[in-house]
Design a protein. Structure first.
Length: 335
């Protein structure tokens, strides 16, 4: 018997039942409870199981608790950290994940077109949306002291200046202006940033030794501000998208910025624009290189570098291996 079948018989009168995993320190919990109660009545669900996250566990253990309780749906109410942790607990279970975004980034929800600014609509979607199987990124990292850790990424992981930027983000400013705080952090991090040398390879290909500012391993392509970093990224293609940023100077950063804001967002959307890029060499620039595969191995030469997952800092790493776990998570998305 699957978890979903078990849950269908455990609810009152044989009704399905959801679990809501939420951060009790966030505002709007009472409003959330009212929206969930309305959705339960509309979809004929039994009253939901409510589980609070903890300081030392933002959701993974709570997701496993919900699975053991036999629920049919798990709703993560929180930011990217909560959603990522709950997703790690649901990985491979087949129990769908509903998203109610609360926070500043919400990259995963934004990429899936979940209503970020309307909690009530997000709750309705969590109960009545379309089930979609999506990939997960598994990041096996090695710390500078040689210890190993494994983490799950939903959107994008990075080693280098992007992680340093996130580490330098002012938390108070982030609360006030949201993702725009990353712009402030980027302006402060860029002048002090130094490229690092890394040996990397995709799948079982040959090793490449490069001097880079950052390497990003992605499942989705959009960043805050509707910036399309990886135009061809698909969340369910069974592949990782790798972006190697290797600008030589400030002009190189300007070329990268032009590519992601003008070429990716505008020119690539038309046949004429793509022809223009081919003729001018826009798709062959060395400042930004796109790769794709099922696995990526990275070994940093020299000092360890900052590491981030889905916009959250994760300390220093000396090496990392990223693999795709295809269709490992079921998410409720718009029809």
């Amino acid at each position: 018997m699957t978890p979903g079948e078990q849950g269908a018989t455990d609810g009152a009168g044989g009704r399905q039942r959801a679990a809501v995993i939420f951060n009790p320190t966030k505002q709007g919990v009472e409003t959330l409870r009212a929206a969930v109660a309305a959705a339960e009545a509309r979809q004929q669900f039994a009253p939901s199981l409510w589980i609070e996250t903890a300081a030392d566990d933002p959701g993974k253990g709570m997701a496993r608790e919900a699975i053991e309780a036999g629920v049919d749906l798990v709703i993560a109410a929180g930011g990217d950290g909560t959603v990522r942790s709950v997703a790690a607990g649901l990985r491979g279970t087949g129990v769908p994940l509903g998203l109610v975004p609360i926070g500043t980034g919400n990259l995963f929800a934004r990429n899936l077109e979940i209503p970020v600014g309307d909690q009530a609509d997000a709750v309705v979607l969590a109960f009545a949306g379309l089930d979609r199987a999506v990939d997960l990124i598994v990041a096996d990292i090695t710390r500078p002291d040689g210890t190993d850790e494994s983490h799950v990424s939903l959107v994008m992981s990075g080693i280098g200046i992007d992680a340093a930027m996130i580490s330098n983000t002012n938390p108070d400013l982030k609360k006030r202006v949201g993702w725009l705080a990353y712009v402030d952090a980027g302006l402060r991090a860029l002048p002090a940033s130094k490229p690092y040398r890394v040996v990397h390879r995709v799948d079982a290909g040959r090793h490449h030794r490069s001097k880079v500012s950052s390497i990003l391993v992605a499942n989705l392509g959009y960043l805050p501000g509707n910036i399309e970093l990886i135009p061809d990224a698909e969340i369910d293609d069974g592949r990782l998208d790798v972006v190697v940023l290797a600008p030589r100077n400030l002009f190189g950063w300007l070329l990268i910025w032009r590519k992601v804001t003008w070429e990716n967002r505008v020119l690539r959307r038309s046949a004429i624009g793509r022809q223009f890029l081919d003729l001018t060499g826009g798709n062959r620039r060395s400042e930004i290189v796109y790769l794709r595969g099922r696995s990526v191995e990275l070994e940093i030469e020299g000092d360890a570098e900052e590491f981030e997952i889905d916009g959250d800092e994760f300390g220093l790493v000396a090496a990392a291996r990223f693999t795709v776990d295809p269709a490992a998570l079921i998410v409720r998305v718009p029809h």
